[in-house]
Design a protein around this ligand. Sequence first.
Ligand code: ADP
Ligand code: MG
Length: 454
Amino acid sequence: MSCELSVAAVPEEGDCPQWVAQPDVAARARLLGERFKRAYGRPPVGVWAAPGRANLMGEYTDFSGGMCLPFAHQYVTLTAAAPRTDGLLRARSLQDADESVADERLREVRVVDVAPGAVGGWFGYAAGVAWGMDRVATGRSAHPVAVPELALAPGFGADLMVDSTVPIGAGLASSAALECSVALALFSLSTGDDDPDDALRRALARACMDAENYIVGANTGGLDQTASLRSHAGETLALDCRDFDVANLPAEPAAAGLTWLAVDTRAPHRLADGQYSSRRAECEAAAAVLGVDRLRDALPEHPTDDDAAAALGRFDALVADGAPLDGDPEGVRLRLRHSLTEMVRSVRIADELATPDADWSLVGRLLVAGHESMRLDCQVSVPELDAAVAACLDAGALGAKVVGGGFGGSVLALAPADDLDALARSVCATFAEHGFRDPLFLTLQPSPAGRRIL
Ligand code: ADP
Ligand code: MG
């Protein structure tokens, strides 16, 4: 393969801090088009890109109907595509990790054969989108209405080639970026519409969620896909996961001399290995004790700390009265406490961002409280994440927290923009003291949703 498109070189140990380069999306798209032509013997019709995301608050609460505050960042996954008329979906990825790095092995399935259990590995994320689009089109998904625009005609197929600038498995949502770039490509090939409106983007996000839930088997709740398809530059989404309504809030701290920084701990991140699903099951068990469909319904419309404490008290009283509880009672109670307090923190940050002069130090303190809850109550942190948070705070960050599902992955910090390198060096020193792998650093800008690039 040509070196311009190679997967980001793994840095030498001891070469810390390493900053992940800002993606040159237009250049990557052009090169991907050339690679596509060499591989498939014809040029792509276009190249579509969709971003990964960070999340200010609302971890492990999307499936409970909570509010999340994700923003799309500038690192995107690109999909070059051309249509086929024989019903075949074929794909290659420049980051195909199922075999060796950057293997371009051709994956292939008939669109009509995509089903749970039928497509394994990374190709499940891509092929699953075609399956999800059909479900949403015909009203078989949880999407409230059938959206016939998402239907793929009989015989519809496509050749795809994927290239990601999002670090993979780092908690920055490379999986959603992959699904959403494929969704935009397939939708455009099928309908000719390159700029779907918000209603269609919401439907496409559901198709991508279905791909991840049922074809890949990762029981995630829609936060990542919504951010990837519905974000705006400079803003964070206030995503109400009861109905997937969104509001946009300013989330650009540059005027206050601050920036969003991600520390990719490079500790392995394993969302699909059952930990995520078991946390979700514990939240559902807590909801059953409280007699609500989902935990968000245990809180009033604009919840406060007192409301969270009251709901926890009701849970304790019900359990003391012998209410049946499915699971380990201590684990279920901790997950409940995380969910309730996290939902309150999301509302508090959203309120703060909505004020004309947001108090970023308050936002930072809430991020730290969010991390503590992820560590102690959700129990998804690992020593690398805790060390990264502590080191960022020691070096002057206003706040820092794990982002995404935990068990490795990245920390999001709100950091003074003037000396990021000094902050990064001090994280490196902490990691070296602990004997951890060198982390990677990325500055993140709240960025627009997925779109056609070429
Ligand atoms: P995250 O979404 O935080 O990066 P996940 O574990 O949810 O982590 O998703 C990572 C998985 O997504 C990878 O193991 C791989 O299967 C798939 N993936 C993401 N991007 C690509 C890509 N460009 N090429 C192939 N597979 C990808
Ligand atoms: Mg993911």
